[in-house]
Design a protein around this ligand. Structure first.
Ligand SMILES: Nc1ncnc2c1ncn2[C@@H]1O[C@H](COP(=O)(O)OP(=O)(O)OP(=O)(O)O)[C@@H](O)[C@H]1O
Length: 233
């Protein structure tokens, strides 16, 4: 069984008389342990898909099955539990709490779920154990993004959702972050869904879902995903 299944999902926004179909009847699956990339130009609907999948937004129509449950039918309380326990988020701008150390940022997320990883183990897994007591301002952008990945992994999520995780980073640092995400997927069998406008990174994925104007225009599996080191852009 797939970990994620979108069945004919729509998201419509109404502004006065105008209706925008941000997501326009899409269906796709993500298998357990897969590295999936949702790619498309600005306005294609990627963020809307990620927000719906992460339980931060609801769809207008359709079914969203995650781990055998239809989250589109969830009440608010179930969605809170879902976001807490099942989903790890990595955002473009890290979203760390600035007056907490790296370790405290990880602990904060770990505290709200039932079976977290030890914060030092999580920081060690992203190569930042020795910076555990640094505040975000004392860390580079790439290091801050590593902390945010450690924070997401500490929850032992079913699904790791990444929203343009390299968008605020320079080329080489961005590559290191993608490498870390790819290794996490392969080593820990973590299911990753990453959204990006950068089509050049899609060869690293097991599964590529291309969106345009709210629709899926391509949905392909990659038999030979490339290591991040092999990709240039
Ligand atoms: N809250 C909202 N109200 C009205 N329209 C919205 C809202 N959120 C998104 N949209 C519209 O839905 C469409 C898809 O937006 P979305 O943010 O999902 O695209 P995207 O592919 O993530 O783009 P980007 O790469 O620029 O973030 C766009 O036309 C956008 O203007």
């Amino acid at each position: 069984m797939s970990l994620v299944e979108f069945n004919n999902v729509y998201k419509r926004y109404k502004t006065g008389e105008i209706v925008i179909n941000a997501v326009d009847g899409i269906s796709f699956k993500v298998e357990e342990g897969e590295f999936a990339i949702v790619v498309g130009a600005s306005g294609a609907g990627k963020t809307t898909v990620l927000n719906i999948l992460g339980g931060m937004d609801s769809c207008s129509e359709g079914e969203i099955i995650v781990g055998g449950k239809d989250i589109s039918k969830f009440k608010d309380k179930q969605l809170i539990e879902y976001r807490r326990h099942d989903i790890g988020f990595v955002f473009q701008f890290y979203n760390l709490v600035h007056n907490l150390t790296a370790k405290e940022n990880v602990e904060l997320a770990a505290q709200i779920c039932s079976n977290p990883l030890d914060s030092e183990t999580a920081l060690d897994s992203v190569g930042l154990l020795e910076r555990a007591n640094n505040f975000p301002a004392q860390l580079s952008g790439g290091e801050q993004q590593r902390v945010s990945i450690a924070r997401a992994l500490a929850k032992r999520p079913k699904l790791l959702l990444c929203d343009e995780p390299t968008g605020a980073l320079d080329y080489n640092t961005g590559r290191q972050i993608l490498k870390l995400l790819q290794e996490t997927c392969r080593k820990d069998k973590m299911t990753v869904v990453l959204i990006t406008h950068n089509g050049a990174i899609t060869p690293m994925a097991d599964h590529i879902i291309r969106m345009k104007s709210g629709k899926i225009v391509e949905d392909i599996y990659n038999e030979n995903p490339k290591n991040v080191e092999e990709i240039e852009w």
